[in-house]
Design a protein around this ligand. Structure first.
Ligand code: CIR
Length: 256
């Protein structure tokens, strides 16, 4: 498994914010936590490839939003925030050797953080970032590979994956205040602890579930249910509205 990442840019404090008040972000702490995150990925067997930093793009560390990688192809997005559109080029180049590439074109917008895969079903959040045309373009591409696309209402959070993650056995881990469990065609779900909304954004690497260290009680629930968990501190980048999935693009064995 390859994990594409990007370093935290020194301009991170000028990031886009939608639901959070702006507060100071310590670049050194954010970078240290990001190094630790990359080490966790390595410990789980990933080959981490850190792409060149993009100092002119304050949100470029959140590489997840720039691409969706499936076994059969990859879709390079057109991020909803204009300040982020320049982030996609380097990612497309990095993905080219591994997957057939498709692109979301104007007027479509799509953020990778809004795209959740559960088996052959793909859900796209009705967020402020991803529009109907972006979801339609995605649906056209993935239909060729046997996936369906549904749009999912959500509230009070930036991206669909801020509110819900797919666990290794395709059970969902979700925050029912932000997204309705009924939106997912009867998939079983586990709710995060009510005081740990950040726990809903969990990164799955193989059979391991990587969860923010602040979501201690949610982690206990997952462990009790038999999942293998690892925790990592993402508190500084959380001030930029980024979670754990946002900081990498995972590229599994290719079927190209
Ligand atoms: C943004 O607003 O675009 C960034 N500050 C945070 C992006 C987080 N990405 C994600 O949830 N996939």
């Amino acid at each position: 498994m390859i994990a594409l990442t990007r370093p935290v840019p020194p301009s991170i404090a000028e990031c886009e914010l939608t639901h959070l008040e702006r507060q100071p972000i310590d670049f050194a702490i954010a970078s240290r936590q990001h190094d630790e995150y990359e080490n966790v990925l390595r410990s789980l067997g990933c080959k981490v490839i850190q792409l060149a930093g993009l100092p002119q793009h304050p949100d470029s560390v959140f590489i997840e939003d720039t691409a969706i990688v499936l076994n059969e192809c990859a879709i390079v997005t057109r991020p909803g925030a204009e300040s982020r559109r320049g982030e996609v080029t380097g990612v497309a180049e990095a993905l080219k050797p591994h997957r057939r590439l498709y692109h979301i074109d104007a007027p479509g917008t799509l953020d990778g953080g809004d795209v959740l895969r559960v088996g052959r079903r793909i859900y796209v959040g009705l967020s402020t970032r991803s529009n109907a045309d972006g979801a339609r373009q995605l649906a056209d591409v993935v239909a060729r590979h046997g996936y369906t696309v549904d749009r999912v209402p959500m509230r009070e959070c930036l991206h669909l994956k801020t509110a819900v993650s797919t666990l290794p056995d395709e059970t969902l881990l979700l925050n029912p205040r932000w997204v309705a469990p009924a939106s997912f065609h009867g998939s079983p779900h586990i709710a995060v602890h009510p005081e740990e909304s950040e726990g809903a954004n969990a990164l799955v690497v193989g059979m391991a579930v990587v969860i923010p260290s602040s979501a201690r009680r949610t982690r206990e629930v997952l462990e009790a249910a038999g999942y293998a968990t690892v925790s990592v501190d993402g508190s500084e980048l959380a001030k930029a509205e980024g979670g754990l999935t946002c900081c990498c693009v995972l590229v599994g064995e290719s079927e190209k």
